[in-house]
Design a protein around this ligand. Structure first.
Ligand SMILES: Nc1ncnc2c1ncn2[C@@H]1O[C@H](COP(=O)(O)OP(=O)(O)O)[C@@H](O)[C@H]1O
Ligand SMILES: [Mg+2]
Length: 287
């Protein structure tokens, strides 16, 4: 049996043997950089953890302030080391506040696309042997519409598009939705509006995006997920390298993250597609 065959067989096995609880996998995405994605991922992860979720955060954003910077962590290794076969996933994953797990993946993940099926099999086995009780995977995607961004957005069950009131944020969010819709047949998106004065302004941002999408892309569904207000505490927490919800738990933005986490927990998982092994398989096979 050649390697491609055994990869297919391993894949078939995962499909037929569900293990553990159904998983929520959410890509946090935006098109434009600097709109608050990383802050959203980190603070949502912490609030979900507080509600009892076991969160694995995949940091795939090569932005200025990565997840580890926002959390004040200094991970030694990344998924690169796993791909090179030098480290196990357990050695690469770091633990943050509230027991959340972080997989640094900002550099190197694009290497997945250049692997032979032999190497993919090796990585899939390594990912599979990682013993995790995670029930929620959040992915901080990069800005833009690179293959890697599309790839994570397609591997995840749910896509949360973060947009602000800035016109360029709206056009970039629309461009991302459009390419995911036309090239990857993704039909459902959730919109989280960030850095706006109030709910009214947030709804206005959502309305503009929904109108554009409705006008140009039939059959698309954009759900309003909520908003995070403009709040100087966000920037203060970034400067302190402490997550907002821990440094300023009573700030308006932190309170909004609490509400957002409750909304997420109360929303049923879309198209339940198995456990974390299933997710790894999608991730590796898609590259
Ligand atoms: N709700 C908010 N209120 C005020 N400033 C914000 C808010 N959200 C984000 N910011 C600012 O935007 C900057 C960029 O956020 P970040 O999460 O790094 O964006 P991205 O990951 O999308 O590039 C933050 O350092 C912060 O100063
Ligand atoms: Mg970022």
């Amino acid at each position: 049996m050649d390697q491609a065959q055994s990869l297919r067989r391993l894949t078939a096995q995962h499909r037929s043997t569900p293990v553990g609880p159904a998983l929520r996998t959410m890509a946090i995405t935006s098109g434009k950089g600097g709109v608050g994605k990383t802050n959203v991922v980190v603070n949502l992860a912490l609030e979900l953890a507080r509600l009892g979720r076991k969160v694995l955060l995949i940091d795939a954003d090569l932005g200025l302030a990565n997840v580890d910077v926002v959390l004040g962590l200094a991970p030694k290794y990344s998924i690169n080391d796993v791909i090179r076969g030098e480290k196990s996933l357990r050695e690469v994953v770091v633990e943050g506040p509230q027991g959340i797990k972080i997989l640094p993946a900002a550099s190197g993940i694009s290497e997945l696309a250049h692997l032979t099926s032999d190497e993919k099999l090796m990585i899939l086995q390594e990912l599979d042997s990682y013993d995790t009780d995670a029930d929620t995977v959040l992915i901080d995607t990069a800005a833009g519409i690179s293959d890697m961004v599309l790839y994570f957005n397609t591997a995840a069950q749910e896509r949360v598009v973060v947009a602000t009131g800035e016109p360029t944020s709206l056009t970039d969010a629309y461009a991302l939705i459009k390419v995911l819709y036309t090239q990857r047949q993704e039909r459902r998106f959730k919109v989280l509006v960030n850095n706006v004065p109030d709910a009214r302004a947030a709804k206005e941002v959502y309305r503009k995006l929904a109108m554009a999408a409705d006008h140009f892309l039939g059959g698309l569904s954009l759900d309003y997920l909520g908003f995070i207000p403009s709040d100087p505490a966000v920037n203060k927490s970034v400067m302190q390298q402490k997550p907002l919800v821990e440094a300023f738990p009573n700030s308006p933005a932190a309170q909004a993250f609490k509400r957002l986490a409750i909304t997420v927990v109360n929303t049923p998982v879309e198209q339940t597609s198995g456990n974390i092994k299933f997710f790894w398989r999608r991730l590796v096979n898609m590259a």
